[in-house]
Write a protein that binds this ligand. Structure first.
Ligand code: FES
Ligand code: FES
Length: 163
């Protein structure tokens, strides 16, 4: 299967019905994408496919043929959201945070609170709550270069897909 992974062309052999999550973690060695429920309920495995956030545990690998896939590694640790999640306490645990950030990238540079709530509705935190997460996203909207960075992350693959 040929596709674009984090901005680079990739050619990966895997069963067409393999879960995208497994292909990313086990074949591509991109373990930043996490598995929570494995059933499409928690959003921990969120990646962007052609700009839209999807639950990679539900996506058959065949569906990304020719597509643009972006994982948390594709943000290179430089995205304003990554910095602000650390600075403002949004990075609460290692399981939900990568998916939260990828879903937040897809919100665009200046989401309202309602858009944040709606956009992260499929990303569950069952332990801590969302206040620090929303605060982190809001802080990222004020970061310099935020618009350009959001655009480049989204052009590597972004938008919003129903899960
Ligand atoms: Fe994919 Fe929970 S692991 S939605
Ligand atoms: Fe990660 Fe709650 S599930 S902080």
């Amino acid at each position: 299967m040929r596709f674009t992974l984090n901005g680079k062309r990739a050619e990966v052999r895997a069963h067409p019905m393999a879960r995208l999550l497994d292909v990313l973690r086990e074949i591509c060695q991109l373990t930043g994408t996490k598995e929570g429920c494995g059933e499409g309920e928690c959003g921990a495995c969120t990646v962007l496919v052609d700009g839209l956030p999807v639950n990679s545990c539900l996506v058959p690998f065949a569906q990304v043929d020719g597509a643009r896939v972006v994982t948390i590694e594709g943000l290179n640790g430089k995205h304003p959201l990554q910095h602000m999640f650390v600075e403002h306490g949004g990075a609460q645990c290692g399981i939900c945070t990568p998916g939260m950030i990828m879903a937040a990238v897809a919100l665009g540079p200046k989401p309202s609170l309602e858009e944040m709530q709606d956009g992260l509705a499929g990303n569950l935190c069952r332990c801590t709550g969302y206040s620090a997460i929303y605060r982190s996203i809001r802080a990222a909207t004020k970061a310099k270069k935020v618009v350009r960075t959001f655009r480049s992350a989204r052009s590597a693959g972004s938008g919003r897909k129903k899960r």
